[in-house]
Design a binder for this molecule. Structure first.
Ligand SMILES: [Zn+2]
Length: 310
């Protein structure tokens, strides 16, 4: 494919997306990620090895491809930076933006960026933004063509209500609060199985005291307050962990790349649910059988981001 693609995120989805696009012989790819590699990434972020722990994800991913596929036709660029610091001009320079991010705020930033670029350039800059995401055995792909399809913000109501779940790579690299600290400690330092089945009440109490001590040490390292840290608080956090599933990352990343292929070959149509090829929103649920559903998400007339576009 003769096109220039920006990949946002070099984590579980980003590694898959990068591999897929290199195999599609895309002519140029830039991958941006500000994070570094942690031990907990290695089960699914297959472009990284033990010796890469501590190194930036974006450059390590690019180096891996260049080392193992020296004859690949793709020109690769890695950026180790916060994507929200990149300029409007930067985002205009691509034919597609494919996101494998785990947080909501940067997705909203990029969505607004591509919509504003379309508006300010009178549609001369019209960069499709393909957003992918996974949570355990569930995943989605949203394709946004500014001014033509629903934008990311139009479907914000579909986000699960309540507390935002946090993937492992975030809690390992950039813990921002006590919950991130606890999730790291109980996944890495005291993983399931540390406490033997049939443990006595004393053993359970001692185990949670050890976990609390370990959390205290890690929280200090990142200047996170520990006022609410107790064994029962730790147990509350344990119950809402959602593991990252590498097979779901692979399926969703493939679907996101398919969308780029589909648009590249003019197989994407804009229209309502009756228009063939107009489906721009796909969800997959592998936790309840093999359930997939795709539909044309309608634009919200009062969308705070894209209603400025006619
Ligand atoms: Zn919108």
């Amino acid at each position: 494919m003769d096109c220039n693609i920006l990949i946002l995120g070099a984590g579980g989805l980003g590694c898959e997306i990068l591999k897929n696009l290199v195999m599609c012989q895309v002519s140029a790819i830039t991958i941006v990620d500000m994070d570094t590699i942690e031990l907990t990434n290695l089960n699914r972020q297959f472009l990284f090895e033990d010796c890469d722990i501590g190194a930036p994800k974006a450059t390590t991913a690019v180096n891996y491809i260049q080392r193992h596929h020296p004859h690949a036709r793709t020109k690769l660029t890695a950026l180790v930076t916060d994507l929200t610091t990149l300029s409007a001009e930067f985002y205009k320079g691509f034919d597609f933006i494919i996101s494998g991010l785990d947080a909501i705020a940067p997705r909203r930033f990029v969505n607004e960026m591509v919509v504003q670029n379309a508006l300010q350039s009178n549609y001369e800059s019209l960069v499709p933004f393909i957003d992918s995401g996974t949570e355990g055995l569930k995943g989605h792909v949203k394709t946004i063509i500014p001014g033509f399809t629903a934008c990311w913000e139009c479907s914000i109501e579909t986000l699960p209500k309540g507390e935002e779940t946090v993937p492992m790579c975030t809690i390992a690299n950039n813990p921002r609060n006590l919950k991130h600290v606890i999730e790291y400690v109980i996944s890495v330092e005291y993983p399931p199985g540390t406490l033997p089945a049939g443990a006595s009440d004393e053993q359970i109490a001692a185990h949670y005291r050890d976990v609390v001590d370990a959390c205290e040490r890690r929280a200090k390292q990142y200047n996170i307050p520990t006022d609410t840290l107790t064994p029962s608080y730790v147990m509350g956090v344990v119950k809402r962990i959602i593991p990252s599933v590498s097979t779901m990352n692979a399926v969703i990343a493939a679907q996101a790349c398919n969308e780029a292929v589909r648009i590249y070959h003019d197989l994407f149509a804009v229209g309502d649910a009756e228009t063939p090829g107009s489906n721009n929103f796909c969800i997959l649920n592998g936790s309840d059988g093999c359930f997939a559903y795709a539909f044309a998400h309608e634009r919200r007339p009062d969308c705070p981001v894209c209603s400025v576009l006619s």
